[in-house]
Write a protein that binds this ligand. Structure first.
Ligand code: WT7
Length: 665
């Protein structure tokens, strides 16, 4: 079987099914991990949910919508008459913030901890649901006093502090869609997002704590608002106490304006299709896309998936999602899903290595975290730091582990299971996107026999498959493009201000189906393996080879912690595979080792996948959400001037890498 038969290159004629049988073993993963018996016996969702949803998909979602408290119960489920513009629960009315906060207090759970906040410097704050209700109400009153009305957009540029959650919920409460911009983005990036969304208020902070130091946020906003005349007020949370420039004409301290407000605020019900937020995805090219999510369907799927995929028991679990609130993971699995479910969670401000590389595990131990949701990039970093670091902490409270953001290499998955999950916790590898709003493909911890590296099965109520270039569903064992074949409640409704781009980007490649932009394959059991963005597929001597698979082969070598693979133009083979690897802890770079790594890949995947060059590096270029920027590595490997580096976490990484490669192939 060929590997990733995905290709987006213009000359489709080059795309063909490889006949190279040496690739037949690609990711033949034999390991299986059945759910722990106790978990399976008390799981929130059982195998029956798949049957129920298959028999009546819309009925299934209508039932899930009843997890929420509606001011007007919806009678309609899906309106798809104007496809691909969907309406879910369109005649229902609800208040999202009421669902995330007030109803738990009304149910007598006001004393339950909503947030265990852990600041990077070690300061802590506990916020109960009753306190959250007061804070959100105050903030909603403050925004109203500042002139924000339902439908107005509010930009949020904050560190990972309780006020970020409070600000988002306050916006939701008054029906003002928020546009959260990740705190690491530059003034220009913020300005273009404020302009595109036409936000009239910005909520920011003096700064946040980052790697042991206060890191300023307000200067970027000062610079951004200079080119955004529509911004009427900038609300500033005091977090670090650092000096800030102050413009009396629009700057307002958050504490001054919220403290004088009442803790009473009557939540108004909004239509299920009322916009809840806009979140910009960078995309690899072009102007960022403002992904629009609405209220009822989004909250239904965020709440259901959080309940089902993490098997959340709100009375006893302590949940921790390590994502930043600036990404969709933070929206759906820090704010909306967990709070709609009444969860108790950890909110951590800082980096995993401040003040030491065991910080995450110290937090798990301190709060007794039972469900942990993190990203492969973090897991591979922990592998690099060494097994002995998590081993120093008591991680026995953990019971379910999640992964999101990229394909997780099988060896990283195994490392996570062994070193963090004590060989007992199921791992849920959750595939979804900013656009999907909530999880789409994932194992269920009490049902699925998991396979390292595979997201496996569409969740109940979700329809996904893999198709070839002509849009035909591929048989088990073959690869192609991942598509979603039915609308789902938390789907994006459009690209803000650009309906045509919404249709063109997602619904035009394959008639009537949503094109996710990911390569995927089905294994012999029909389980789905994600192979990375289709733009990253390599074409070597006429064979399509997925970067993910070569990277996973490299990471399966005991001395490799992390790998990024690109196809560089090659006179003989069209593209040649160039691998950039980070070695684990004590491993030393040598010619013998690089030769060994090349052979290791050839053995695992077949000679066609053997990298032409293997370069050891100290760091890889990553976006601020942790994704490897292969585009830049391709520039290096092809001796080109670097493309846009503005979304890199650390642009000096590229300087270091370039010195490794004075004369690229
Ligand atoms: C892209 C979406 C989902 C929230 C964070 C990222 C990749 C995400 C997985 C996974 C393989 C994954 C895909 C997807 N991706 N999760 N479990 N396995 N790939 O949201 O920034 O919108 O990125 O992330 O390529 O298309 P995003």
């Amino acid at each position: 079987m060929p590997c990733g038969r995905t290709n987006t290159r213009a000359d489709k004629g080059r795309w063909r099914v490889s006949s190279n049988e040496s690739l037949a073993n690609l990711l033949k993963e034999e390991r299986r991990f059945t759910p722990p018996e106790t978990l399976a016996a008390s799981a929130n969702v059982t195998a029956q949910a798949y049957e129920q949803a298959a028999a009546d998909r819309l009925g299934f979602w209508a039932e899930q919508a009843r997890r929420l408290s509606w001011a007007t119960e919806p009678q309609q489920t899906l309106d798809w008459l104007n496809a691909p513009f969907a309406k879910w629960f369109a005649d229902g009315e609800l208040n999202v913030a009421y669902n995330c906060v007030d109803r738990h207090v009304e149910a007598g759970l006001g004393d339950r901890v909503a947030l265990h906040f852990e600041g990077e410097p070690g300061d802590t704050r506990t916020v109960t649901y009753a306190e959250l209700k007061d804070e959100v109400s105050r903030a909603a009153n403050a925004l109203t006093e500042l002139g924000v009305r339902a439908g107005d957009r509010v930009a949020v540029y904050l560190p990972m502090i309780p006020e970020a959650v409070i600000a988002m919920l306050a916006c939701a409460r008054i029906g003002a869609p928020h546009s959260v911009v990740f705190g690491g983005f530059s003034a220009d990036a913020v300005a273009s997002r404020i302009q595109d969304a036409d936000a009239k208020i910005v909520i920011t902070a003096d700064g946040g704590w980052r790697r042991g130091k206060p890191s300023a946020l307000k200067p970027a906003i000062d610079e951004a608002v200079a080119s955004c005349p529509q911004v009427e007020h900038v609300l500033v949370v005091r977090r670090t106490g650092q000096d800030v420039a102050w413009d009396e004409s629009h700057d307002v301290w958050w504490h001054e304006v919220t403290e004088r407000q009442s803790t009473e605020h009557e939540p108004q019900a909004f239509n299920a299709e009322h916009p809840l937020f806009i979140l910009y995805t960078s995309g690899t090219t072009g102007k960022p896309k403002g992904i629009l999510h609405t209220s009822g369907g989004y909250l239904t799927q965020a709440a259901f998936t959080h309940h089902a995929v993490f098997d959340l028991k709100p009375e006893t679990d302590v949940y921790w999602c390590t994502a930043d609130i600036g990404w969709v993971t933070g929206h759906s699995y820090i704010v909306y899903g967990p709070l709609a479910n009444g969860a108790t969670q950890v909110l951590y401000e800082g980096t995993p290595d401040t003040p030491h590389q065991g910080r995450f595990w110290e937090i798990v131990q301190k709060y007794g975290v039972s469900i942990l949701y993190t990203a492969p990039t973090a897991i591979r970093t922990f592998m690099k730091w060494g097994d002995e670091i998590p081993a120093k902490f008591d991680l026995s409270s953990l019971r379910v582990l999640g992964s999101v953001g990229e394909p997780i290499n099988p060896e990283a998955w195994m490392w996570y299971r062994r070193n963090i999950g004590g060989d007992r916790c199921p791992i849920v590898d959750t595939w979804w996107q900013t656009e999907t709003g909530a999880m789409m493909i994932s194992p269920l911890p009490g049902v699925t026999a998991t396979k390292p590296g595979s997201a496996q099965t569409p969740l109940p109520g979700i329809a996904a498959t893999v198709v070839d270039d002509e849009g035909r569903e591929v048989p088990d064992g073959a690869g192609g493009y991942l598509v979603l074949t039915e609308p789902w409640p938390s789907m994006l409704r459009t690209i803000w201000g650009d309906d045509q781009r919404y249709v063109d980007t997602y619904w035009s490649r394959f008639q009537g189906r949503y094109f996710a932009g990911d390569g995927a394959k089905k294994d012999d059991d029909g389980d789905i393996w994600l192979l990375g963005r289709v733009d990253d597929v390599m074409l070597v001597s006429g064979h399509n080879i997925s970067t993910t698979e070569v990277e996973s082969a490299l990471v399966s070598h005991p001395k490799v912690a992390e790998a990024a693979v690109v196809g560089a133009a090659d006179a003989t083979t069209g593209q040649a595979i160039v691998a950039f690897v980070i070695l684990r802890g004590s491993a030393q770079d040598s010619d013998e080792l690089t030769a060994e790594l090349r052979d290791h890949v050839a053995k695992a995947l077949g000679p066609i996948a053997k990298p032409k060059r293997v370069l050891t590096v100290a760091e890889l270029p990553k976006t601020r959400s942790g994704k490897i920027m292969r585009r830049l590595l391709r520039d290096v490997a092809e001796n080109r001037e670097l493309g846009d580096v503005t979304t890199l976490t650390d642009s000096t990484v590229m300087d270091l890498i370039q010195t490794k490669l004075p004369t690229a192939s």
